[in-house]
Design a protein around this ligand. Structure first.
Ligand SMILES: [Zn+2]
Length: 104
């Protein structure tokens, strides 16, 4: 089970976007990277095409290493380390290591 998954709210721990929050758009487990909404934005010059009538400069997120991200804990109000626990029915959940809140 992954520490960080699609649609998670995460916080950036290091780099240019340190402290910023965003939602995970996509996780690339084979590369240990994730795309996060509004984080690590890069400008790409695109050519005018059928799909993109306007062309020009488009800002889009570039992949971030998962190690640079922390899962957001609503109870702690910060990015936290994730632990795992097994429920009585055998399903695994992620928990906040700090306050032990279940994070799904
Ligand atoms: Zn917490």
């Amino acid at each position: 089970m992954n520490r960080i998954r699609k649609s998670d709210q995460v916080v950036v721990l290091v780099g240019r976007d340190r402290g910023k929050q965003g939602k995970v758009i996509e996780v690339q487990p084979d590369k240990d990277q994730a795309l996060v909404e509004g984080i690590n934005m890069v400008k790409r010059h695109t050519r005018r095409s059928q799909q993109n009538q306007q062309g020009g400069i488009v800002a889009q997120p570039a992949p971030m290493y998962l190690t640079k991200l922390a899962l957001w804990c609503p109870r702690c109000g910060r990015g936290v380390r994730v632990g795992f626990s097994t429920l009585q029915d055998g399903s695994k959940v992620r928990t906040c290591r700090k306050c032990h809140e279940t994070l799904g």
